[in-house]
Design a protein around this ligand. Structure first.
Ligand SMILES: [Fe+2]
Length: 275
């Protein structure tokens, strides 16, 4: 099974820039790259920060950009999103009985769980009792799961970013659930940090992906200010084979030369022309 994870697209009202970049152009580049190279993907999962300011016009531009895709798309909201504005533009979006944008589906015997970790007017993540009940019921009902969310559950050793991870009071309840079901959860995938970070948490491997817009720099000392720069963007291709996971970072923005080599690989003798 091939999954595409795109994150933190931060769409604006068309014509407005974000962090000096045109987020619509970047997102279109990413989708065009998926169409060209990964038409066999089973899902495109966008892990939040669909928009930068949560404006209806930005969600409408997202809706228009999602036409003509090779597979279904799954949308998640992030700290820059507005749940009500999002649902107004995507009224058919699956959600739970409490109104959170929690949803799940089973593909190839794996439960793909999309967990809403947002709360209004805060950049930090939240995991309240209602969401705990929902996630617990999902995990109890499946044999194998793969968890997607916007926020990082765990601090990542980047002090300024860790201030907007899942709030400390909500970490232990989620960690408790993850520990209890760790043998059913193959992977945790998230966005939010605009950088590729990999590790394990409660014995479960996790990975984040870059934004399609500005990237963050992992400053392990700076206590307050987030560091960002318009570095090369990418999205992730997640290859799932049973319990196994392979993640490729796809640098979709590169438009320079590409050198090819390979074939018989008998290239240990320096060519005469190069001597
Ligand atoms: Fe973001």
């Amino acid at each position: 099974m091939k999954l595409v994870q795109i994150s933190d697209i931060h769409l604006t009202v068309p014509g407005e820039r974000m962090g000096g970049l045109n987020p619509h152009h970047r997102f279109t580049q990413a989708l065009d790259n998926v169409r060209a190279h990964h038409p066999d993907a089973a899902r495109i999962i966008i892990t939040g920060d669909l928009t930068h300011w949560g404006e209806p016009a930005a969600y409408q531009s997202l809706r228009e950009a999602l036409s003509d895709l090779p597979c279904p798309v799954r949308l998640m909201i992030g700290n820059h999103d507005d749940r009500a504005a999002f649902l107004a533009t995507f009224p058919d979006q699956s959600r739970d009985l409490q109104g959170f944008v929690n949803h799940a589906e089973t593909l190839d015997d794996t439960r793909l769980i999309y967990l809403d970790t947002t709360a209004p007017r805060t950049h930090a993540g939240h995991f309240c009792a209602a969401r705990r009940d929902w996630l617990e019921s999902e995990l109890e009902a499946c044999d194998r799961a793969r968890l997607f969310m916007h926020h990082n559950v765990m601090p990542l050793g980047v002090p300024a970013e860790d201030k907007i991870a899942l709030v400390p009071d909500d970490r232990a309840p989620l960690a408790g659930l993850l520990s209890r079901f760790r043998h059913r959860i193959d992977y945790i995938h998230f966005g939010h940090v605009h950088a590729p970070v990999h590790g394990t948490f409660c014995g479960i491997p996790f990975a984040s992906v870059r934004s399609t817009g500005n990237q963050s720099l992992p400053d392990l000392v700076e206590p307050e200010l987030l560091q960002a720069a318009p570095m090369a963007p990418s999205y992730a291709v997640i290859l799932v084979e049973g319990e196994g996971t392979i993640i490729h970072e796809i640098p979709f923005g590169w438009d320079g030369p590409v050198f090819t080599s390979g074939t018989a690989w008998e290239d240990w003798a320096k060519p005469v022309a190069a001597q």
